[in-house]
Design a protein around this ligand. Structure first.
Ligand code: PMP
Length: 456
């Protein structure tokens, strides 16, 4: 067993290029950790080491791993219709059913859905459809987009350009027409701002108005942001920020897109994050929790006014993928939504989020922790070198990464963001005992780090 696992790791080193990894580092370390099985909230590697998954895979396995109902739905769909496309005025049956299901969940004027395969593609689709909308409206010069610094919207050329993480811009990005403003980030705000978060949210939202003024509203197509920035640090904006952003978009006639790739499908105790923040976007991008990661699928919810404009102008919109609305993916997403509903997982998160945040808050007493924050089942721990002053560790020490490795040695996965933030985003089915265990493992992992630093 051991011998065979070592072989697979070597095969990985010699033949597989992983996602967003340092190719030299992974080569020197001898290859990736090979993950072989998973069930419920646990993931196991080839050596039989079992980890409590505090990251729901990559923010996506909302219903937990290995559900029998999902396996059955997949087998049945392969028998019924293994593939058909949505080109040339055809559509697979599960695709149409899922569009209807999502329209009901989105509500209001978000009654149409375009399908893609990844969050990146969904955001690219927003980019292209928004530009077409303004062409249809006779305002083709409205082609600029505004997003937030540190936002993550994907890894394709347009979505990485919309994203505001600097290191994602290597190699000539962002493409022309993508601009970024400062995000609201309460942890790094002044003491005064921290005391008045609503006012801070309002003030930070004015940065959008300033950028629109700089570009000219007549040149701006849309604004996009995550309800809560995920990869950018699990930054929870004050509600006032979102309310004001919506007002500014309306006032300047700019399309508002919400990237629900992480926050959608129950993560924040509502079906979608925009529902929590009480806004009405024109576009909603979703992926991850849409199928709980069982198969690749993404979607773009589209406001009626956009659909109307595209219908009015007519002509083929030259955009779409071979696997847009793949019947297997759609059947899996439908079953996933059925499970979320039957097990009342959205309501469960709304109810248990206080327990989740109370448990995470145990870490507040730790000398390494500057702040713990969470909403729904999405949380972050800010690591600091000095809890009195919230002093930062030097970036090159990669403290977040080292702490995650320590926590992994205690038997749990969490994820470093930037240099010194730990993200926590468990499957929505996680039990109270498992939440307690997860936080204890995190605590012990942080203790290990302190012991190590203490020993020089
Ligand atoms: N948007 C957000 C908010 C994300 O977190 C991600 C992925 N982490 C994406 C878009 C891109 O999704 P994908 O990796 O499926 O392309």
């Amino acid at each position: 067993m051991m011998h065979q696992s070592e072989n697979w790791r070597k095969v990985d080193r010699d033949h597989h290029l992983g996602a967003q990894v340092d190719y030299r580092e992974i080569y020197e370390q001898g290859g990736s950790r090979i993950i072989s099985t998973a069930e419920g909230c646990y993931v196991s590697d080839e050596f039989g080491n079992r980890f409590l998954d505090g990251m729901a895979g990559l923010w996506c396995v909302n219903i937990g791993y290995g559900r029998e109902q999902m396996a059955e739905a997949a087998a049945q769909q392969v028998r019924d219709l293994s593939f058909y496309h949505s080109f040339f005025k055809t559509a697979p049956l599960p695709t149409v059913k899922l569009a209807q299901r999502l329209a009901r969940l989105l509500g209001g004027d978000l009654q149409h859905v375009f399908f893609a395969n990844s969050g990146s593609e969904a955001n690219d689709s927003f980019f292209r459809m928004a530009r077409r909308y303004w062409v249809a409206k006779g305002q083709p010069e409205k082609r600029h987009f505004i997003a937030l610094d540190n936002a993550y919207h994907g890894s394709t050329v347009a979505s990485a350009s919309l994203g505001g993480i600097k290191k994602m811009h290597e190699g000539g990005l962002p493409i022309e027409g993508c601009h970024h403003i400062k995000r609201p980030y309460l942890f790094a705000a002044t003491k005064n701002d921290r005391r008045t978060p609503d006012l801070y949210g309002y003030k930070m939202a004015q940065k959008l108005q300033l950028e629109i003024d700089r570009l000219g509203a007549e040149n701006v197509a849309g604004f996009i942001a995550e309800p809560i920035q995920g990869a950018g640090g699990v930054n929870i904006p004050p509600k006032s920020w979102w309310m004001e952003i919506e007002k500014i978009c309306r006032r300047n006639d700019i399309l508002l897109a919400v990237d629900e790739v992480i926050c959608g499908f129950g993560r924040l105790g509502r079906w979608f994050g925009f529902q929590y923040f009480g806004i009405e976007p024109d576009f909603v991008t979703m992926a991850k929790g849409l199928s709980s990661g069982y198969v690749p699928i993404a979607a773009l919810g589209v406001h009626r006014k956009v659909v109307d404009a595209l219908r009015d102008i007519g002509g083929v919109f030259p955009h779409g993928f071979t696997y847009s609305g793949h019947p297997l993916s759609c059947a899996m997403a439908l079953t996933n939504i059925e499970i979320i509903e039957k097990e009342r997982l959205v309501e469960r998160v709304a109810k248990n989020q206080h327990f989740f945040s109370d448990q995470l808050s145990r870490l507040n007493d730790h000398p390494l922790v500057g702040e713990v924050r969470s909403l729904g089942f999405l949380g972050a721990v800010e690591l600091v070198s000095n809890a009195e002053t919230n002093g930062k560790f030097p970036a090159h020490e990669l403290v977040g990464q080292v702490c995650c490795e320590n926590i992994r040695d205690e038997g749990a996965w969490v994820r470093p963001l930037g240099q010194d933030i730990l993200a926590v985003c468990p499957p929505l089915i996680i039990s109270d005992d498992q939440i307690r265990a997860l936080v204890s493992k995190m605590e012990r992992g942080l203790d290990r780090f302190l012991a190590h630093v203490g020993n020089g």
